[in-house]
Design a protein around this ligand. Structure first.
Ligand SMILES: Cc1cc2nc3c(=O)[nH]c(=O)nc-3n(C[C@H](O)[C@H](O)[C@H](O)COP(=O)(O)OP(=O)(O)OC[C@H]3O[C@@H](n4cnc5c(N)ncnc54)[C@H](O)[C@@H]3O)c2cc1C
Ligand code: HEM
Length: 395
């Protein structure tokens, strides 16, 4: 339990730290990686260089600190991050390292303003926040291990099949090398792939949504080749160009809070842009397999027909269900983007809505959904990178 005095210090200093948020976390990461270069094997360097990870971590530390006497308010965000931590095999022993360097960075950036009382209070608060993460993650690791076919950290999988789905998206069918049955997952969840690429100093970890309904013996992921950007995407380009049937990768147990509520009978609207189609494939196929009467709309935006994956499969699934619809817009073929008129015509009334795609896509779609009077609780979304704040005001 923190004293009232400590709580008061934390609350009064949150705005100051927020003001210096990015500077503090940039210093924190620099110092931490210098002292613990082995951590460079788990952090995503591209997210680091774009500042996305820094913003995410700082944002949550300050949100938790501002609610230090009512951590329940940030629990959903903590659980979402704990899923990501679990999929990267973050361990309790790593928390004091993060704490030490975070406090060190606060001292370094604030200088004399960071009095011993302030640093002491933040040390206590960090311990409380870390304790919550560690507790939730411990439970998750235990569950992962106890699941039928489950395992705790990473396990070797072999690429059993590699299928080109479009000009930019290729699927990889992954089977466990030990031939064990696989634990099921909730449609919409992701795995982390860990790969060592020759010539790279560190291992790469990247998340990929499972892109089909759960099966006992394999996981399928579908990866967009990020080679229209500079520098090229490391993992995706390596998977497309170098990895083939018979090669092995390491995989963690499925994780994530963005998933279909399979118990619910509510209608469902799935809205995706580009490679954001992957979790939706798993959801739509699961509905077709298990609850085909459940009304479901699959709405998708792709640049062109050649960019789009899974069109033939989606048509088949759609035909197999009595109350489903499937609509695609090709933005570079004159269809324009998903806009409010399109949503008004295609979103099923009262449905649970799932959105996944590039950040500007999600921002525009969710703004329109709010403007249509749809409430926040009906909408779930997934970032294909560290979670960011969406600018949804002025809807
Ligand atoms: C929950 C979740 C699910 C996901 N599901 C999928 C999925 O189903 N399919 C899929 O294809 N992807 C998915 N992703 C995204 C995926 O994890 C990877 O981020 C993606 O494949 C790119 O990884 P990469 O290694 O190829 O690119 P990276 O090497 O990580 O590069 C990513 C971007 O950063 C830029 N960059 C890299 N270094 C720098 C630098 N020094 N300066 C400036 N910019 C830089 C690159 O140009 C590129 O645009 C998902 C992500 C999450 C979090
Ligand atoms: C209380 C302490 C911590 C907080 C508040 C925190 C917060 C966060 C947040 C908000 C994210 C982004 C989640 C997302 O992708 O949406 C994240 C990701 C991550 N965290 Fe933590 N974290 C903490 C401790 C740790 C520790 C101890 C480690 C291990 C050294 C760690 C390693 C990571 C990694 C590797 C990622 C993924 C980053 C990436 O994409 O590169 N975190 N964390």
């Amino acid at each position: 339990m923190l004293s009232q005095e400590t709580i008061a210090i934390i609350k009064s200093t949150v705005p100051v730290l927020e003001q210096h948020g990015k500077t503090i976390t940039t210093v924190f990461y620099k110092n931490m990686f210098k002292a613990h270069p082995e951590l460079l094997n788990i952090f995503n360097h591209a997210n680091q260089s774009q500042g996305r990870q820094q913003n995410a971590l700082a944002g949550l530390v300050y949100a938790a600190a501002a609610n230090i006497d009512n951590l329940g308010a940030v629990l959903p965000a903590v659980v979402q991050v704990a899923h990501k931590h679990k999929s990267l095999n973050i361990t309790p022993e790593q928390y004091p390292i993060v704490g030490y360097h975070l406090l060190g960075a606060i001292k370094e950036v604030l200088g004399d303003a960071a009095t011993p009382e302030i640093i002491g209070a933040w040390g206590e608060a960090y311990e409380v926040i870390a304790g919550v993460f560690i507790g939730i993650e411990k439970e998750m690791y235990e569950k992962a291990e106890q699941m039928d076919g489950g395992w705790k950290t990473f396990k070797d999988f072999v690429i059993a099949e590699k299928v080109i789905e479009s000009d930019v998206i290729t699927s990889f069918y992954l089977k466990p090398v030990d031939g064990q049955k696989l634990p099921s997952y909730k449609p919409g969840q992701y795995i982390t792939l860990r790969v060592t690429i020759p010539g790279e100093d560190y291992t790469l970890n990247r998340q990929y949504s499972l892109s089909q309904a759960p099966t006992d013996d394999l996981y399928r992921i579908s990866v967009k080749r990020e080679d229209e950007v500079t520098p090229n995407g490391k993992m995706s380009v390596n998977l497309h160009r170098e990895m083939n049937v018979g090669d092995t990768v390491e995989v963690s147990v499925p994780a994530g809070v963005f998933h279909l509520d399979v118990e619910s009978k509510n209608p469902v609207t799935l809205i995706s842009g580009g490679v954001g189609i992957t979790p939706m494939m798993s959801m739509f196929e699961s509905i077709a397999k298990n609850t085909p009467e459940r009304p479901a709309a699959f709405l998708h935006s792709a640049r062109t027909r050649k960019h789009q994956a899974f069109d033939a499969k989606l048509r088949l699934l759609n035909e197999s269900m009595p109350a489903s619809t499937y609509a695609v817009l090709y933005s570079e073929e004159g269809d324009g983007f998903i806009n409010r008129d399109f949503l008004a015509a295609n979103v099923i009334e009262g449905s649970d809505i799932y959105v996944c795609g590039p950040t500007p896509f999600m921002q525009a779609v969710i703004k329109d959904l709010y403007a249509m009077g749809i409430s926040e609780e009906k909408i779930k979304f997934e970032f294909f990178g560290p979670a960011e704040e969406l600018e949804l005001v002025n809807a």
